[in-house]
Design a protein around this ligand. Structure first.
Ligand code: MN
Ligand code: ZN
Length: 490
């Protein structure tokens, strides 16, 4: 999708539909309605209708017979002026894209000069909402394909380098989100460890970052016992993907992002119920987020060093699968008793967290569709955040606030460790139902190196059970915008 800035009078913009934002606040609303009517006299009925209130979520559109270049005008409500945030404009822009109707290939938004956020942030939010709201996963449809929105134009009154750049950057970040959504939505028969690696390679080539893929033999030589144990039941070999963007100085220590890449999770021998098991094709969303982030970071040429690590495997039941009761040895020499083979994500992340130490990182953040317990605690709205370093957690929270990719910190009190104590090994891979998101993180903590660490559980936020304000049912691409924002501010 293209996004661009154009300086023009709204009536002179050539687009399938021209969209105006309208706040609910009385005086301002009246002034704006009058000004729109002046530009598009035939929109009068729509503008004076009682649907045109400026209330959040409202949308009125009409064909216009004026001497304008566009044939349709829409007015979308954003709510009270005093409460406006970037999220207000994201959601309103997405509403406009969705309500504009199938067949609208281009949409133009008139940049609201009255926005309290300033032109750059407002334009960014509009592009994000429009592009992300226009996403559809259609690559497997041979008929009834919706018409994709191809062009988003932000219409302003005056030239601005900063606004043009902000729009371009927002569109690039959205490409990263699309990349992640596409990968996570792809089915397990097409997306398995080796094809996931192929997609990472392609992203690296397109955006200009380095990609190395370790095969099973290399993984064996590194003694990644967690990744190998989970992979045992699958006929498809595992991969370990290493991605590197060197935008910073040669001596700058990198930020390492680790993404869980279970390309399909049956639960293994501790098999999941059949109901909705198909959603487990998205159990590599963390990996998709990390690849999408590297793509955006490299395309934006951010002046920082970033490493992405993805351990990838299927979790399948078979005669060769790992079993409950097994004791496995990880790359760092520690051992774990397998209590439940469906708690596999932490096993592959453990080895990746050990491997991360090689980069002498400034910080490591892992992201994973890790626990059902996190979905129970925070639903599909908020990601679980845990970690060892206050400054790092605060950086993530600040980026979460800016992007509205909400996070909530859960505690890692040592008292919870009791639940994952093993009689026969260093640690046990499950701690029962209470505080399951926390005990999963405490398991990971056994494997971190000498670096600040944080963990994001996106089991709920990565997989949307129904369409949201600017995402569709399925993979949301969560984490890409949050990570890019965190790295831009680093
Ligand atoms: Mn599982
Ligand atoms: Zn899993």
């Amino acid at each position: 999708m293209n996004a661009r800035y154009q300086v023009a009078a709204p009536s002179q913009v050539r687009s399938d539909i021209v969209v105006f934002f309208l706040p609910e606040t009385e005086q301002l609303r009246r002034e704006l309605q009058a000004s729109i009517q002046e530009q598009f006299p035939s929109a009068e009925a729509a503008l004076s209708s009682n649907e045109c209130t400026g209330k959040k979520g409202t949308f009125v559109s009409t064909y216009v017979a004026d001497r304008s270049r566009s044939k349709k005008v829409a007015i979308v409500g954003v709510g009270d002026h005093s409460t406006l945030t970037a999220e207000s404009f994201r959601r309103a822009a997405a509403t406009a894209v969705r309500r504009a109707g199938n067949g609208a290939a281009s949409i133009a938004f008139v940049l609201p000069e009255w926005s309290p956020l300033g032109a750059e942030l407002t334009a960014t939010a509009i592009v994000e909402g429009a592009v992300l709201g226009g996403y559809a996963f259609t690559r497997y449809k041979t008929s009834d394909k919706p018409n994709p929105l191809a062009d988003v134009t932000i219409v302003g009154a005056s030239r601005s380098r900063a606004v043009s750049a902000a729009i371009e950057q927002a569109a690039t970040i959205c490409e990263g989100v699309y990349f992640a959504r596409d990968l996570a939505n792809m089915p397990g028969n097409d997306l398995y460890p080796e094809t996931l690696a192929e997609h990472a390679r392609r992203a690296g080539k397109a955006a200009g970052f380095r990609v190395q893929v370790f095969d099973k033999r290399k993984i064996e030589s590194l003694k990644m016992g967690g990744l190998l144990a989970v992979n045992q039941g699958s006929v498809r070999p595992p991969v370990f993907i290493v991605m590197e963007w060197k935008g910073g100085g040669a001596n700058q220590r990198p930020i390492v992002l680790v993404g869980k890449g279970v390309t399909f999770d049956t639960g293994g021998i501790s098999i999941k119920p059949a109901d909705r098991m198909g959603e487990m094709k998205m159990d590599m969303h963390g990996a998709a987020t990390v690849i999408g982030t590297l793509y955006a970071v490299a395309k934006l040429r951010l002046p920082i060093n970033v490493v992405g690590l993805v351990p990838a495997t299927e979790n399948m039941p078979s005669g060769s699968a790992y079993r409950p009761g097994d004791i496995i040895t990880f790359m760092n020499g520690k051992t774990a008793e397998i209590d439940n083979t469906d708690a596999e994500g932490r096993l592959i992340l453990a080895d990746a967290l050990t491997y991360a130490e090689r980069f002498k990182p400034q910080a490591v953040v892992d992201i994973a569709t890790l626990t059902g317990a996190c979905v129970i605690a925070l639903g599909h709205v908020t990601s679980g955040l845990m970690g060892t370093d206050r400054a790092l957690l605060d950086r993530i929270k600040a980026a979460a606030d800016a992007t509205s990719e909400y996070v909530c910190e859960l505690p890692l009190y040592e008292d919870y460790l009791e639940q994952i104590k093993s009689d026969v090994a260093d640690v046990k891979n499950t701690g029962g139902r209470p505080a399951g998101a926390i005990t999963a993180a405490l398991f990971l903590k056994h494997f971190i190196g000498n670096y600040p660490w944080a963990h994001l559980d996106i089991a709920g936020t990565g997989m949307a059970p129904k369409d949201g304000p600017y995402w569709t049912k399925g993979a949301t691409g969560v984490g890409v915008r949050l990570f890019v924002e965190m790295l831009r501010r680093w």
